[in-house]
Write a protein that binds this ligand. Structure first.
Ligand code: PHB
Length: 388
């Protein structure tokens, strides 16, 4: 080859190598949204998606200069369909990043799938402890909580209030079991005793026999984990059974989040613990709630916040790699290092990828879960079993 031919070959090589890069710079980022659109958690999925979209819209529809395209899957909060559903996003749709989901059992299958594929995953709700415990991975972060966190904070508050005998009641799957475990850990450390665990399968709402059992046990306090449509029914049934007057009902804040309108008088005055309170009077929260209400004609709730923050985390990761989503290691490392300026207050992520955040005591008043106190400051999940 003479010099001209070498130069020509080099020029061609350069042109072909840079062509995909140029195309890539213009391509949209494909975000796989795997959320429930049907079933007892449907409203939670919608709030998460709306929160996510709100942040992207506030950035002019782009994150780090890249347009965002959504591919949506209704996971139905059904763990038996979870592996197929997540693999559709990974293998068929070739998404760049996955955001999902609400239900812990579904999210566990998603975590297993992305540990294999390497797809970045942002969990905008599901609290399954294992996701930032034994299943933790460099490409997985959470914008929400671990089930242990609000449960633990409830246990701290219940013990502080001087209650001694508690009954726990929950849906019998990871979220219910782990919330109750967190509650029990803190409550018993604080001098209380859990005298009975009551549960029913998800998403059943036949509470009557269990409420009769609570009345018979006469505990000082009840700790409950229910959410969405199931929480609406539980809170109403608890009241209708006459228990609201005789046994204080405590819980992870999901019990009254996004549900107050439907629960009506039955929820008024209930105290719960969570990493968000509607009435947090900060410029950040006020601006967020105003913008969310204007856009969606609906009040923001914790799920909307978690969706919004999932988009903030993705935005920070993408900014660090200048929009080049193929740089997965750098992207996910940057997502972990972010300090999120959340409507809930600023928070960071632990080494395991779970928010380290203040847990608030709230009280249901009208259509808001009002802030009452910080229950536990900067609570970090113990991340048991995470090797990162
Ligand atoms: C969960 O399954 O992890 C879960 C579902 C709904 C909530 C909270 C946790 O509100």
């Amino acid at each position: 080859m003479n010099i001209t031919r070498i130069a020509l070959a080099a020029a061609i090589a350069l042109a072909t190598a840079s062509a995909p890069l140029a195309a890539q710079a213009q391509a949209k980022i494909k975000v796989g949204l795997m959320l429930p659109a049907t079933g007892t958690f449907a409203a939670l999925g919608t709030a998460i998606e709306n929160g996510f979209r709100l942040y992207v819209d506030e950035q002019g529809g782009k994150l780090a200069g890249r347009e965002i395209e959504f591919v949506r899957v209704d996971d139905e909060s059904d763990p038996s369909k979870a592996t197929d559903n997540v693999n559709k996003l990974i293998k068929r749709d070739n998404v760049d990043v996955i955001v999902g989901t609400v239900h812990s059992g579904v999210a566990l299958a998603m975590a297993r799938a992305v540990r294999e594929s390497g797809t970045p995953l942002i969990v905008p709700n599901a609290g399954a402890d294992a996701i930032t415990g034994p299943l933790c991975a460099a490409n997985i972060v959470r914008s929400s909580f671990s089930n242990w966190q609000p449960g633990f904070a409830s246990g701290v508050m219940a013990a502080q209030k001087g209650y001694k005998r508690a009954v726990t009641i929950y849906w019998n799957y990871a979220a219910g079991q782990e919330s109750a475990k967190g509650f029990t850990e803190a409550f018993e450390k604080g001098g209380g005793k859990v005298i009975k665990d009551l549960s029913l399968p998800f998403p059943n709402v036949e509470f009557q026999a269990l409420l009769t059992e609570i009345a018979a046990q006469k505990p000082d306090v009840v700790f409950a984990f229910f959410a969405g449509g199931g929480a609406v029914k539980f809170v109403k049934d608890y009241d209708a059974a006459g228990l609201k007057k005789s046994v204080p009902l405590f819980g992870s804040g999901f019990l009254t989040d996004g549900t107050l309108e439907a629960q009506g008088a039955s929820a008024q005055g209930l105290q719960t613990t969570l990493h968000y309170a509607d009435s947090l009077d900060t410029p950040r929260n006020n601006a967020f709630r105003k913008s969310f209400a204007l856009t969606y004609k609906q009040n923001a709730d914790v799920y909307a916040v978690q969706g919004y923050d999932a988009a903030q985390i993705l935005g920070a990761g993408l900014a660090a790699v200048k929009g080049d989503i193929t740089k997965r290691d750098a992207l996910t490392a940057a997502m972990r290092k972010v300090t999120v300026d959340s409507p809930r207050g600023k928070f960071t992520l632990s080494a395991a990828g779970n928010p380290v955040q203040d847990m608030y005591l709230r009280e249901a008043k009208g259509l808001n879960n009002e802030y009452r106190a910080v229950a536990v400051k900067a609570l970090a999940d113990p991340a048991r079993g995470c090797k990162l």
